[in-house]
Design a protein around this ligand. Structure first.
Ligand SMILES: Cc1cc2nc3c(=O)[nH]c(=O)nc-3n(C[C@H](O)[C@H](O)[C@H](O)COP(=O)(O)OP(=O)(O)OC[C@H]3O[C@@H](n4cnc5c(N)ncnc54)[C@H](O)[C@@H]3O)c2cc1C
Length: 405
């Protein structure tokens, strides 16, 4: 292995970029390859954006937090609502975590802004080489190194030697498939429709982040900074619904009117339909190839845990790789990355997001009542509410992972 070979990271999503910045900060040279071009990089559909306090602490370590805060909305509170009764069930306030973190709030800042700012930082870092318009197509590895095959910006095949290869390629990871790893789990049969609308839902009592339970049509509602100032509202759709019909402007207007129970013409800024998966790769490490973020695990967005837990993978992995490459730890330490982060993916992210969806869509009136009473009880008691927030803001998952040898 040439000591000068970099760590090759595939994918300039939030996970690949955070990993690149965290490694470079620890004096590890990185080559980051991204299939998208500089021209189309920001033309990506809206996705994640609720960044939990734990993730903000990590962003701060690489100088990213200060770039994001002005572009986002500081959201200390979130709500659970009962749509049937149009009633607030519970309000949780991250201010209760003021002694646990410098960031006792969620930052509502979309993935697209995160990658835009992180890419600028990566391009400016002397230890990071960013290759846009470069598509990873496969790899081979031996005990000493990995050879990553890419199609470069000129359309030519090229081999990139690497000390380690990290697939941060997202859910369709080629590396995961080439390794023959199972992506264990399931896909929900129904799709979710996301409507973006320029309308201030706070007029109706909502806060910046809302989870709305309803046995017929549960929902999630989030506020995003503009211009234009927007809210995203998600609804489940029926399996057989036709996509064009769902996205028709009149159909979107009708959904919003029904949701708020008012006769109003909304300014709709966009909509998209997505399928939700709950899957975790059978291993996160095979030899010198590692998986992180959506390449390793995908989950329902209810609770905002996908991007967050992916970023946590990146920082866990960066510390281990840096110590190994500086001769301060053995390569076997990477098995610990696998154990720690797979544990989080299965026992925390998956388990919690499956519970979140069940809670919102529960049909049995008695169970709904019990769930709502329990949420109220936890929100009203500051000790229980802090405990609740330590779990939802992913502090528990980090602490538990750190204890895994
Ligand atoms: C509607 C929706 C809402 C969500 N909301 C939240 C939320 O509020 N909070 C949250 O935590 N998570 C949320 N998520 C999940 C979140 O978007 C993902 O978990 C997160 O983007 C994963 O980051 P990543 O870097 O692993 O992968 P990605 O963001 O998918 O990035 C992968 C990158 O790799 C590149 N790439 C792919 N293949 C190749 C290749 N062969 N060669 C080179 N480059 C390649 C891609 O172009 C892309 O840039 C949401 C998801 C959806 C769909």
């Amino acid at each position: 292995m040439a000591q000068s070979d970099p760590v090759v990271i595939v994918g300039a999503g939030p996970v690949g970029l955070c990993l690149a910045l965290a490694l470079a900060q620890q004096d590890v040279p990185v080559l980051l390859v991204e299939a998208m071009t500089d021209e189309n990089f920001l033309d990506q559909v809206p996705r994640a954006g609720s960044n939990h306090p734990t993730t903000l602490e990590f962003f701060d370590l690489i100088g990213l937090y200060d770039k994001l805060e002005p572009r986002g909305i500081v959201a200390p509170k979130f709500h659970y609502w009962d749509r049937q009764d149009n009633a607030l069930i519970a309000e949780f306030d991250h201010a209760l975590l003021k002694d646990d973190t410098r960031f006792p709030f969620v930052l509502q800042c979309e993935r697209i802004k995160i990658i835009e700012e992180a890419l600028k930082l990566a391009k400016a870092h002397p230890l990071i080489e960013v290759r846009m318009a470069t598509e990873f197509i496969g790899f081979s590895q031996n005990a000493d190194r990995v050879l990553a095959q890419v199609k470069n910006a000129a359309g030519d095949g090229e081999t990139l030697p690497a000390r380690y290869l990290v697939s941060a390629e997202g859910a369709r990871s080629i590396a995961r498939k080439e390794l023959g790893l199972d992506f264990e789990g399931f896909t929900y049969p129904e799709r979710t429709i996301n409507i973006e609308v320029a309308y201030d839902f706070r007029k109706h009592g909502y806060t910046e982040r809302n989870y709305i339970s309803d046995p017929v049509e549960y929902s999630n509602l989030f506020h995003w900074k503009g211009p234009p100032d927007r809210w995203r509202i998600h609804f489940p759709t029926n399996i057989d619904d036709d996509e064009n019909e769902l996205k028709r402007p009149e159909a979107l207007q009708r959904r919003l009117r029904q949701f708020l129970g008012i006769d109003h013409d909304f300014e709709i800024c966009g909509c998209n339909l997505y399928t939700v998966h709950q899957r975790v790769a059978s291993r996160f490490r095979v030899g010198r190839v590692l998986l992180a973020g959506d390449a390793a695990h995908v989950n329902s967005p209810i609770g905002g845990m996908g991007l967050n837990s992916g970023v946590h993978d990146a920082f866990n992995l960066a510390d281990k790789l840096a110590r190994i490459l500086h001769g301060e730890a053995e390569d076997i330490e990477l098995d610990r990355y696998d154990r720690q982060r797979r544990h989080v993916a299965v026992k925390h992210t998956q388990a919690q997001t499956i519970r979140n969806k069940r809670l919102l869509e529960e049909r049995d009136p008695a169970v709904r009542q019990r769930n709502h009473d329990e949420l109220r009880r936890q929100a009203e008691d500051p000790t229980l509410a802090r405990k609740f927030l330590l779990r939802t803001a992913l502090f528990d998952s980090l602490r538990e992972a750190a204890q895994i040898e």
